[in-house]
Design a binder for this molecule. Structure first.
Ligand code: IMP
Ligand code: MG
Length: 176
């Protein structure tokens, strides 16, 4: 059973998420309709968001994944980014949209954007479901954003605490 006593309040409901996905998909469709889009999910946190987002996109696209690890199992960023799985796709001259669950310190994303830019894609943008701007250590510009959230530890809809709670259909605060 899910350990509910330590779960805080629900910050983003299932309905909120569905509404944001419709809006994000609309904006992405307008921008990429006639382009060959490659969606890149940052594992593991983004897989549920990406799965819902891609099913709301009416055009053709390809999907690839990167796996990174930046947290040593705790609730604050270690600041170290490790590439656990690189892309299968050559992104040179491709229109790449990186899909992330949350931008917190920005360390992971600024590292990834720099790494991918060096591969000379035709374009590189970032879509993130959540943004915690108050936690930022490195500037990251988010092209498509779902929600701005406070700097509390969050779980659900892909976000984990020590690999748990990713399957919650909503996003809740964690009272650690
Ligand atoms: P950053 O490098 O500090 O921006 O952190 C990026 C990654 O840390 C995100 O992609 C998440 O996977 C993870 N993360 C950041 N904040 C949270 C949170 O509140 N709950 C769960 N994971 C988080
Ligand atoms: Mg992540």
């Amino acid at each position: 059973m899910i350990d509910r006593p330590r779960m805080g309040r629900i910050l983003v409901t299932e309905e909120d998420i569905a509404g944001a996905i419709e809006e994000l998909a609309g904006a992405i469709t307008r921008d990429y309709l006639h382009k060959r889009l490659l969606l890149v999910g940052v594992l593991k946190g983004s897989f549920i968001f990406l799965a819902d987002l891609m099913r709301a996109l009416p055009m053709e696209f390809e999907v690839d994944f990167l796996a990174v690890s930046s947290y040593g199992g705790g609730t604050t960023s270690s600041g170290t980014v490790r590439i656990l799985k690189d892309l299968d796709t050559n992104i040179q001259d491709r229109h790449v949209l990186l899909v992330e669950d949350i931008v917190d310190s920005g360390l992971t994303l600024s590292y990834l954007m720099r790494m991918l830019k060096a591969r000379r894609p035709a374009s590189l943008r970032l879509c993130s479901l959540l943004d915690k701007p108050a936690s930022r250590k490195k500037e990251v510009s988010i092209d498509y954003l779902g929600f701005t959230v406070p700097s509390e530890f969050l779980v659900g809809y892909g976000l984990d605490l020590q690999e748990k709670y990713r399957g919650l259909p909503y996003i809740a605060t964690w009272q650690g």
